[in-house]
Structure formats: structure tokens, C-alpha cells
Design a protein around this ligand. Structure first.
Ligand code: FES
Length: 142
């Protein structure tokens, strides 16, 4: 007679022990951005620098522009806004192709824009990018 051995084994979730962190205000993000309203990505195409600065399989973070550009192994370029999708901080750290947000530690893949580590859940905003006369030009997508 088939029984239900697991029926008596109830899992008690004790997630309610999480306490809200009241002191975590967004003020931590108010340090950047000179133009008021916090850091922002370019609203028009901008020249970022020499195309040769980005090796295949690598990435470069242009902090003053809030843009990260990466190059795939086949040589194609990708650009993303480096404004964190969690609460809008300017990401200031790039190690290899991993971006880390200084505010709450979200991590993103600079080659895809995807979230690698919470609390962010939304990928980075992709920008259009091209190399023109050896320079990288990136801007908001159409
Ligand atoms: Fe919260 Fe980036 S703003 S992790």
C-alpha cells in the first residue's frame, strides 16, 4: 500500500525573521552626478575613446560618461549604461567583465548587461555603439 512518507514532514519557513533595515536610505546614491538629478547616461551619441583600448573578450568602463563598452571574441562591440538598475547609482567598478555597484553590491555582466548578483533584477540598459575612425561612439538606442 503506497503511503505518503513525506506528508508528515512539514517544512516550516521562518523567513519572517527578516527585519526591515530602516536606516538604508537612498541618500547613499546622492554623491554622483554633476547635473542634478543624479548620474545619467548620455542622451546623445558621445565619443568615448580609442577603439583599440578594448581588447577582444574585454570591457572598459567610462565612469565620467556612465557607459561600459565590451568587445566579444568576434570583435563586435556592445555598450550599456552603467547606471545601476536597482536604485540608480553610478557603477564605478569593473573587474574583467564584471561590474559591481557601490551602493548595494549588485553585479552585472558587461558583455550582456545581465544581472549576476542581486539586489538588482533588471539588466543594464543597452546603448547603441559603433567604431568610427578608430573611436568608439555610444549613445542611446533607437
Ligand atoms: Fe542598489 Fe546598485 S543602486 S545595487
Amino acid at each position: 500500500m503506497p503511503g505518503r512518507p513525506s506528508a508528515s514532514r512539514r517544512t516550516v519557513l521562518r523567513g519572517a525573521a527578516l527585519t526591515p533595515v530602516a536606516g538604508l536610505a537612498l541618500s547613499a546614491c546622492s554623491g554622483g552626478g554633476a547635473g542634478g538629478g543624479g548620474p545619467a547616461t548620455p542622451t546623445a551619441p558621445v565619443e568615448l575613446g580609442a577603439e583599440s583600448e578594448i581588447a577582444k573578450g574585454g570591457a572598459k568602463l567610462y565612469r565620467d560618461r556612465n557607459v561600459v563598452v565590451s568587445r566579444a571574441d568576434n570583435g563586435s562591440l556592445k555598450a550599456f549604461s552603467s547606471i545601476c538598475t536597482h536604485a540608480g547609482c553610478a557603477i564605478d567598478k569593473l573587474e574583467g567583465t564584471t561590474l559591481t555597484c557601490p551602493c548595494h553590491g549588485s553585479e552585472f555582466d558587461a558583455t550582456t548587461g545581465k544581472v549576476l548578483h542581486a539586489p538588482a533584477t533588471v539588466p543594464l540598459n543597452e546603448l547603441s555603439v559603433e567604431a568610427r575612425d578608430g573611436k568608439i561612439i555610444a549613445g542611446p538606442g533607437a
